[in-house]
Ligand binder design. Structure first.
Ligand SMILES: [Zn+2]
Ligand SMILES: [Zn+2]
Length: 101
């Protein structure tokens, strides 16, 4: 079944889901995995979210897909990824995350 990424809204077609890690489940409240709602994300979006936000930030401020989609820190990324068909990107962990961990 083709999967639509909840963040960038790109459709990942069946033939590209040969690698089971291409689409990943993201827990919107990462520190409460047992009860957290989840969304399906393409791998670049999932990597990007965790590179940009510490788990505590995700839990406190970005625990809905709408809040992530409108986050300033992701705007440039989303605009960029939507114009590509990449399912693999290299992501540098941002200072926001590094400072906190
Ligand atoms: Zn995506
Ligand atoms: Zn996640």
């Amino acid at each position: 079944m083709a999967t639509t990424c909840a963040l960038c809204r790109r459709v990942v077609p069946d033939e590209r889901i040969d690698d089971s890690q291409v689409v990943q489940e993201h827990h919107l409240r990462p520190e409460e995995r047992a009860t957290s709602p989840t969304v399906m994300l393409c791998r670049p979006c999932h990597d990007q979210i965790h590179a940009q936000f510490a788990n505590t930030e995700l839990r406190d401020k970005y625990d809905t897909i709408e809040s992530l989609r409108s986050a300033d820190r992701l705007t440039g990324y989303i605009n960029w990824i939507r114009g590509t068909n990449k399912l693999d990107i290299s992501v540098a962990t941002s200072d926001h995350v590094r400072e906190r961990s």
